[in-house]
Ligand binder design. Sequence first.
Ligand SMILES: C[S@@+](CC[C@H](N)C(=O)[O-])C[C@H]1O[C@@H](n2cnc3c(N)ncnc32)[C@H](O)[C@@H]1O
Length: 444
Amino acid sequence: MTTRTLSPAAYDKLTTTVARETGERRTSALWSHAAALVRHAHEHGLAPAGHRPSGPDGLLKSLEELAGCHPALAPLADPAVLPLREQPLGSAAWTAIEEFWDRHPALEGAHRVDGYALGDTYQLLSDEARKGRALCQTPPWVARLLLRLSLEPAIEEWGPADVRMIDPACGTGHIAVAAFHMVRVPPVRSRRPAPVGHGPRAVERALAAVSGVDLDAYAAALTAYRLLACSASVLGVRLDQIPASLPVNVAAADSLLDRTEPLLAGGAYHACVANPPYITPKDATVRDRVRAAYPQVAVGKYSLALPFTALMLEHLAAPGGFVAQLTANSFMKREFGRRYVTEFLPRFDARWIIDTSGAYIPGHGTPTCILVHRARPPVGDTVTVIRGNRGEPHVPDDPARGLVWRAIEEAVDSRLAWDRFRAGTDRARREEGHTDVAHWGFSM
Ligand SMILES: C[S@@+](CC[C@H](N)C(=O)[O-])C[C@H]1O[C@@H](n2cnc3c(N)ncnc32)[C@H](O)[C@@H]1O
């Protein structure tokens, strides 16, 4: 199957067309996307046996079947998450949806079940999720870099059998899915052997290691679906053959304010990885509640990214845990960031500051940076900073291969190679009985 990319305007047009029958755009986007999700399950042989039923009633029946496959998929039949029956579809809207997905099989080829395109299409269809909650997919190549700087060293330190990570703003799960694969097939460098192979125990272990929470209940359900789709594909089974006991740690909750959600328990994670929302809360009540809960960072017209940093560093991370985020760099230039920069961040062990403002990251119109800290007071005297010189000369055909992004990855690679070399020589000298370990200088 080939994947043809349609313009964002084509998705908008579909939402508008379907909304003529549903009455409003939110449900229109949900109907359209649920149809894509059911196609994904059927086209990849993941749905319970049988043909993909047609028509709106058939879609509702398929969603119920999927919901029955695993407890984590129950939200797909929950009217509070997918209020489809309240705003039924007529035949014209249904035909528009079917024709759209026929023309645009944006569900990846048969060999890809990760559902990246499925996540991206939700963002494209739902302006309510984009504008209301700042849903903006984290491209897989950005997710991979964030995980290399956080989950990968956490796996080395705590071991693949014990490591736990969370994305507290998981959206449709781009970071969570990449983390699942990183734990399932741990980096070869890990000095602690993985106690499990690549079969059912590896899948169970990887699922247990990864958690995701999002305010958007449908996005959270998509994350759960994608984690289970990957698991079923690795195990070579359908979703209804997956044991209900396999853990899927995904929840719909307000990560900043909910203190009852078990996945948001304090000190539970060796890696917290996020591309948090950068917007200022629009609702005055929410704005004040967040300000009251995070007075150390939520100052003035604060961006939500700041309380998310505090959530991860002060609450979710285990002592010494890694916290990596792709975030807006507005805190460096605006008044609301003053206390964050001068009082809050210096309390933690900064590892990496990477200027990504020159890189072309689709959907991220705001200039960004990557911050990586460890949840402990500063250690040592080195923070690795990758400074930007200039932006992309033009929009790259493949953003993952853009000049700026590749330069960033190369700088990260050489720094990590140096760190590993130095750790190896330190270890060798210690084993030879030297106690005074000399370090050579390194500049980038
Ligand atoms: C930039 S997107 C993250 C996208 C995600 N990494 C992905 O690739 O799908 C920010 C996410 O934060 C979520 N969000 C906003 N406020 C939140 C809150 N208070 N608690 C939990 N999630 C929140 C939004 O719903 C959105 O999915």
